[in-house]
Design a protein around this ligand. Structure first.
Ligand SMILES: O=C(O)c1cc(=O)[nH]c(=O)n1[C@@H]1O[C@H](COP(=O)(O)O)[C@@H](O)[C@H]1O
Length: 230
């Protein structure tokens, strides 16, 4: 199977909208991400059919809690058969390493575990309201190195930080980047953005793209155009 670089963020309010989209695409064209909106509405019902159809599914619930709770939540996600799960790096090294240990001893095929650094909807001003005197780049780098030291597979960051992280992290460390906007598409609430070709050139491993595909007049064509551009 082709290791498609595009992970489509399936942020729908209805299962029928998810099914309509999924019926148009295949695992060779894209991976799929189920996040907080669909999972809160529908739980495993939104995930399992996609896994059964052979899609690599990124279950994006961004766990951030005490180590024991996060480790058990990651195992519950793994038991759904997903390809990737995530936590917030700001939960700390102990939270991250305990989650990885729990996944490794769970037996079933281990999903990739990655950690969110600084959300792509944040700029320096927003970051400073939480962590004063640190640039976005420094904060992303600090959290990425902490994630790597904690034994995880990679991070969620923006493509704007990919070049820096490629120079300080291991070659196989995954850089998964939302905030991807093809030329001319609506930016919405994303701030640290790049186009698909720019992101791939910066060294990202996978691009998470939602509305530019799912809200397009023809989602399949939008996805095919992106695939052709990278
Ligand atoms: O972890 C994520 O996937 C994530 C992290 C982040 O920093 N920024 C971010 O946008 N996301 C997710 O990526 C998707 C982006 O969707 P669009 O903005 O519609 O392309 C959404 O489902 C977000 O929840």
């Amino acid at each position: 199977m082709i290791d498609s670089k595009v992970v489509v963020a399936c942020d729908f309010a209805k299962l029928s909208d998810l099914n309509n989209f999924v019926d148009q695409v295949s695992p060779d064209l894209c991976k799929l991400k189920i996040g907080k909106e669909m999972f809160t509405h529908f739980g495993p019902q939104a995930v399992k059919p996609l896994v059964d159809k052979g899609f690599d599914v990124f279950l994006d619930l961004k766990f951030h809690d005490i180590p024991n709770t996060v480790a058990k939540a990651c195992v519950a996600a793994a038991d759904l058969g997903v390809w990737m799960v995530n936590v917030h790096a700001s939960g700390g090294a102990k939270m991250m390493s305990q989650a990885m240990q729990a996944l490794e001893s769970n037996g079933a095929k281990r999903p990739k575990l990655i950690a969110v650094t600084v959300l792509t909807s944040m700029d320096e001003t927003q970051l400073h309201a939480i962590t004063p005197n640190v640039s976005v780049l420094d904060q992303v780098q600090k959290l990425a190195l902490l994630t790597q030291q904690s034994g995880l597979d990679g991070v969620v960051c923006s493509a704007q930080e990919a070049k820096l992280l490629r120079s300080v992290c291991a070659d196989d460390f995954l850089l998964v980047t939302p905030g991807i906007r093809p030329e001319g598409s609506a930016v919405g609430d994303q701030i640290r953005i790049m186009t698909p070709p720019q992101a791939m050139q910066a060294g990202v491993s996978y691009m998470v793209i939602g509305r530019p595909i799912t809200q397009a007049k023809d989602p399949l064509v939008a996805l095919q155009d992106i695939n052709a551009s990278i």
